[in-house]
Design a protein around this ligand. Structure first.
Ligand SMILES: Nc1ncnc2c1ncn2[C@@H]1O[C@H](COP(=O)(O)OP(=O)(O)O)[C@@H](O)[C@H]1O
Ligand SMILES: [Mg+2]
Length: 356
């Protein structure tokens, strides 16, 4: 009994220090009632499934590597999911479990981890036969054969449901290169999509790549998208605009620093633990990483502002082209027009089921 009270008291102290953790778990949360019900190991992470006294399932995620960059994933995941939640983009809710802090399902006590609420539904790879990278804005080296960024396939697939362009716009804004369909859930009861796994964010400027792609399309007279894609791109553009308006660069930098403090990153490798000057080295490495992410945030933000302007021009250009096509079709064959542009278009009749 005394042990339980002591454990809960230490937990409450920790959550007070780390700020928003208490909001995350909600009232009446009792850490001593948590039970680990399952564990999986992915190539990079330990994932533990934990239930609480209200039978709510929580997921504890911790990187297997002790390196600084691996521990920084906690901060990137937190910042990404925080931005999703304050901008009403469907994604998992996350909070940080700091380093040197014991928590059921957290494998390495001394290193930080993240805790997530389970999103409803199933991962998309179980529901449909979309290509695994249908929505992934990769950013490979120039030698790679795969094309980078906001490619035509992504513009097509994200137009299939109104939740998707918002999630993809967030990915572009934060430079998340890992939106494979394993990291996307679909809840068929409520017809909603949810993003998970955003730790590979803030390392690449995907907005700059998207700018180059849209610029190219603007100069290409042949470029023509469908009405459905136009609708998807409009949601994508509006989400980006919202992200810019609600989050200044300064604000993003402050959040990055805040979550870094919360994470309490610890010694990066076991061998280093007893080396003299370790604390100084650690501090300077942390500063380097923070500076690197701040630079990417700054560059992505500036490119996002340009991207919104380019998207405006492209949406206007494509609207005109679609009107022209509509007009020609109307004169040619009004019946074809009904089947091509009526029904089954996002926003007009109903969303398209991803299980098809
Ligand atoms: N919030 C969540 N809701 C439901 N399942 C989740 C959630 N987070 C993780 N998972 C499950 O755990 C798996 C691994 O999590 P993920 O964050 O993708 O780790 P990794 O970076 O190792 O791919 C996911 O594919 C999913 O099945
Ligand atoms: Mg994953």
């Amino acid at each position: 009994m005394v042990r339980t009270i002591l454990f809960s008291a230490i937990f409450i102290c920790n959550i007070l220090i780390s700020g928003n953790v208490s909001d995350f778990f909600g009232p009446g949360f009792d850490v001593s009632k948590l039970k680990v019900v399952d564990c999986i190991t992915t190539p990079k992470s330990f994932i533990s499934f934990v239930t609480d006294n209200k039978k709510q399932i929580l997921i504890i995620k911790q990187d297997r590597s002790p390196s600084c960059s691996a521990q920084f994933k906690v901060i990137r995941e937190m910042l990404a999911s925080y931005l999703a939640s304050v901008n009403n983009i469907k994604a998992h809710n996350t909070t940080i479990l700091p380093g040197k802090f014991e928590f059921p399902g957290k494998v390495y006590k001394e290193r930080p981890a993240t805790v997530h609420k389970v999103v409803p539904g199933y991962p998309m790879y179980k529901l449909c036969n979309w290509p695994s990278k249908a929505l992934q804005q990769e950013c490979k080296s120039h030698h790679s054969k795969r094309q980078d960024g906001l490619q035509d396939t992504i513009i097509y697939y994200m137009s299939l449901h109104p939740d998707l362009p918002a999630i993809i716009a967030l990915d572009t804004f934060i430079g998340n290169v890992d939106r494979s369909i394993t990291n996307l859930f679909y809840d068929d009861q409520k017809d909603r999509f949810f993003a998970i796994d955003m730790e590979k964010s803030f390392k690449k400027n995907l907005c700059e790549i998207a700018c180059a792609i849209i610029k190219n399309k603007l100069c290409n007279n042949e470029a023509m998208i469908t009405l459905q894609e136009l609708y998807g791109l409009t949601i994508y553009r509006n989400t980006l605009q919202g992200l810019i308006e609600h989050n200044s660069i300064r604000h993003l930098h402050v959040l990055l620093e805040k979550f870094t403090r919360q994470a309490k990153l610890t010694g990066f490798s076991q061998q280093n633990n007893r080396q003299p000057g370790r604390v100084r080295k650690l501090a300077s490495k942390l500063t380097q990483y923070i500076q690197m992410y701040k630079r990417t945030i700054w560059a992505s933000y500036k490119s996002a502002e340009k991207l919104v302007i380019l998207l405006d021009q492209f949406i206007k250009q494509q609207t005109l082209k679609i009107h022209e096509k509509l007009f020609l079709h109307y004169h040619d064959d009004p019946i074809t027009l009904t089947s091509e542009f009526g029904g089954n278009q996002m926003g007009t009749s109903h969303t398209i089921c991803p299980t098809c």
